[in-house]
Design a protein around this ligand. Structure first.
Ligand SMILES: NC(=O)C1=CN([C@@H]2O[C@H](COP(=O)(O)OP(=O)(O)OC[C@H]3O[C@@H](n4cnc5c(N)ncnc54)[C@H](OP(=O)(O)O)[C@@H]3O)[C@@H](O)[C@H]2O)C=CC1
Ligand SMILES: N[C@@H](CC=O)C(=O)O
Length: 343
């Protein structure tokens, strides 16, 4: 890549586990991104629940990273740099949305995204609430304002899903999608099945790894998987389904005995999110299913995830890996950003 590059001013909403990984990656690799992709990211503002730090010429990432996360870290940064915590205001070129997922209201992400779009900012979202509540409305608003919305981080993050469907399978007719899309519940099921951990201990470990949702009920009750299959199915089948169109069952009722019984027969139990054709109609559901040994999803272990696309023209495509992890989620946001602006 030559000397010329695109520079964009970045704002982040929600400075938690994923956002901090995003900041770390920009700090460590911004020069590599500039050289290899012709794109330079300058983080100018971060909004937490108690207000915003903003520096027009770029936040000093090394200083910021010397503190923890959340509004406390933003406050410590402001004190160190002798700047004020300001009232939130979206300004810049790109919003990286990393606030907590709220499936009831979509907030605070929904308001942040709308405010950003009205300032002609592109959006990269890792949070799911606003997308699940209002993606068609947000896309319309974005079109009117000439901006774009990407959300790999919200559709299984490090596991490529939407990109495969939109780019690698372009032109092919996707008939069905099946996936293990939630790392926390897959980790719990694998730990119960292979490491004899209890449900509670496995969930605690997933929380310690930073992969469970702030409200882990979203993971174990199947809602996180439901959000992901909804966003994938709407994106790839060009529909506007809502969460109400999905039959959702989580893993809370799966017992160790169920897992052992499945294993005796060479099978396993996994939380599968699917968009399957039943009587000619696509039906969306999330539920624990028996996976037989000949199913590639059998190999999805621990925090890994996996997806199968059944197509008319390209046969069945399988992708496995992309373990749930805050760094993987941050990397998915970086991928979206580089794909939007690469030279
Ligand atoms: N963790 C993961 O592996 C993945 C997470 N995601 C999604 O990414 C998002 C972030 O996840 P994660 O970083 O783990 O979550 P965290 O809970 O670690 O971070 C969210 C942060 O948002 C801040 N926050 C809370 N309320 C507001 C508000 N009103 N305005 C701005 N900031 C606010 C909180 O800090 P404070 O209140 O102190 O300001 C908190 O630190 C979630 O929506 C999640 O679903 C997606 C893929 C993977
Ligand atoms: N909680 C999710 C991570 C974000 O999507 C998971 O466990 O996979």
């Amino acid at each position: 890549m030559g000397e010329s590059y695109t520079k964009r001013k970045i704002m982040i909403t929600g400075y938690g586990t994923v956002a901090k990984e995003f900041v770390k990656m920009i700090n460590e690799q911004k020069e590599r991104y500039r050289e290899s992709y012709g794109f330079y990211a300058e983080i100018v503002g971060i909004i937490g629940s108690k207000g915003m730090i903003y520096e027009e010429d770029g936040i000093d990432l090394v200083t910021l990273l010397s503190f923890g996360k959340g509004s406390q870290a933003l406050g410590q940064y402001a004190q160190q740099k002798q700047i004020y915590i300001q009232a939130p205001e979206l300004k810049g070129d790109v919003l990286i949305e990393c606030s907590p997922t709220n499936l009831e209201t979509g907030e605070p992400a929904l308001s942040y995204m709308k405010a950003a779009i009205t300032k002609n900012m592109d959006i990269i979202s890792v949070s799911k609430g606003a997308l699940v509540q209002a993606l068609p409305e947000l896309k319309k608003l974005a079109d009117t304002n000439g901006c774009r919305i990407k959300y790999s981080g919200a559709t299984a993050a490090a596991l490529p899903t939407l990109d495969i469907g939109e780019y690698s399978l372009a032109g092919s007719r996707i008939t069905e999608i099946e996936g293990i899309l939630n790392g926390t519940s897959n980790f719990i099921l694998t730990s119960m099945s292979e490491d004899s951990l209890s449900f509670e201990n496995a969930l605690k470990l997933a929380q310690e790894r930073g992969i469970a949702e702030a409200n882990p009920a979203l993971d174990v009750q199947g809602y996180d998987s439901a959000c992901k299959i909804l966003l994938l199915a709407n994106g790839l089948f060009h529909k506007t389904w809502t969460l109400n169109d999905i039959s959702i069952e989580g893993i809370e009722k799966v017992s160790k005995a169920d897992m052992q019984f499945a294993k005796i027969n060479g099978n396993d139990i996994k939380l599968v999110a699917s968009a399957r054709s039943i009587d000619g109609t696509i039906t969306l559901q999330v539920k624990p299913e028996i996976i037989t040994a000949d199913n590639p999803l059998m190999n999805v272990k621990g925090t890994n995830k996996g997806i199968l696309f059944h197509t008319e023209e390209m046969g069945t495509i399988c992708c496995i890996g992309g373990a749930s992890h805050p760094r993987g989620a941050a990397a998915a946001a970086i991928k979206d950003m580089l794909n939007l602006y690469r030279g």
